[in-house]
Design a protein around this ligand. Sequence first.
Ligand SMILES: NC(=O)c1ccc[n+]([C@@H]2O[C@H](COP(=O)([O-])OP(=O)(O)OC[C@H]3O[C@@H](n4cnc5c(N)ncnc54)[C@H](OP(=O)(O)O)[C@@H]3O)[C@@H](O)[C@H]2O)c1
Length: 336
Amino acid sequence: MQALVYTQYGSPDVLQLQEVEKPTPKAKEVLVKVQAVSVNQADLHLLRGQPVFLRLTLGLFKPRNPILGSDIAGRVEAVGREVTRFQPGDTVFGDLSGVGRGGFAEYVAAPADDLSLKPASVPFETAASVPMAGVTALQGLRDYGHIQSGERVLINGASGGVGSLAVQIAKIFGAEVTAVCSTRKVEMVRKLGADRVIDYTRQDFTQTGQPYDLIFDTVANRSIADYRQALTPVGRFVTTGFLPALYFQGLRLGKADQRRMENMLAKPNTKDLTFLGELLEAGQLTPTIDRHYPLGEAANALRYVGEGHAAGKVLISIPERDKPTIHQRSSLAVPA
Ligand SMILES: NC(=O)c1ccc[n+]([C@@H]2O[C@H](COP(=O)([O-])OP(=O)(O)OC[C@H]3O[C@@H](n4cnc5c(N)ncnc54)[C@H](OP(=O)(O)O)[C@@H]3O)[C@@H](O)[C@H]2O)c1
C-alpha cells in the first residue's frame, strides 16, 4: 500500500510517499481502508519532534511510528478474531492519536475500541474532520468550561479547525457566542452561527469592557492578565494552547477570586465522537473544509496547516488508488 512516511524529524520536506506493507489487524483490531484523514497541528508537532521532550515517547533519535495521521474515516476491510463490534463493509471514523496513528496511508490497523460507526449519510471527509478537533471543542466547552445555556461565550481562534467547530457546539449548548478571527474569515465565522464577530486586526477582545462567562481559546497569544480581565467575576477560561503560568493560577488569582483558568488536554473518546456523529447526521454540526489534497500531495497539506491560518479543516482524500487529482481550494463559505 502507499503511505506517507517519515524516518527523521523535520519539516514536511522529510515526508515521502512510499510503498509499504499493508498492516495485518491483531485480535482486537480492524483493518480500515482509509478514505479521508484530516490534518491537525499535532501532526506537525510529531513531524518536527517538537517540543523535544516529546521524543522521549516518540523515539529519541528518529520516530518509532513512521506514519502520522490520526483523524480517519474509512471502510472496514477485515476484523481481528476478537472483534465483535464491526464487520467488513462497516464505515467508521476515529482518532488514533492515542494508539500510534498511521492514518496517512491507504490502510491502517486500528483497535476496534477506538473507532465509532460513521453515520451512513455523513461523507467520509466530513467525518474525518471532527475526531480530534470536535472532541477537543466539545470537552473544552462542556467538561472544562461547564458551558450553560444563555451564557456569554467567547471563542478565540474561531476560524481554525477546533474553533470553527467550537462556535457551532457552543450554539448547540444555547450560548450567546462571540467569535474572534481575522478580517477575511469574518463572514465564514458569522455563517457558522456566531452572534457577534470580533476582527482581531481591528479590535482587542480583552478591551471591549464586555466580560464573558466563558472564554474558549485556541491561540494562547495573550497574557493571563489580559484573558482574566475579559472574564466575569465567576468566569471560566479554557485554552487548548499551553500557558505554563496557569499552573500557578491559584497563587496568581488568590483565594477570593472565583474565576477559573485552565490549560486543557483533550482525550480521544468514542462516546463523545458518536455524539458528534449524531450532530453531523442531524445537520446540526457542519465542518468547514478549507482544502482537500490527494495522499501524493499530503506534504503540502501539512505545510499549509503549519502556516496556522487554515479556515476550518484540511483534508487528505484517499480514493481506491491515489490518483494525481488536482487539489482544489474551496471558498471560505460553509458547506450548505
Ligand atoms: N490541548 C489539546 O487537547 C488540543 C487539542 C487539539 C488542538 N490543540 C491545539 O489547539 C490549537 C488550535 O488548533 P487548530 O486545529 O484549531 O489549529 P488551526 O486549524 O491551525 O487554527 C488556528 C487558527 O488560529 C487563528 N489565529 C491565528 N492567530 C490568531 C490571533 N492572533 N487571534 C485569533 N485567532 C488567531 C487562525 O485564524 P486566522 O487565520 O483568522 O488568524 C487559525 O484559523 C493548536 O495549537 C493545537 O495544537 C490542543
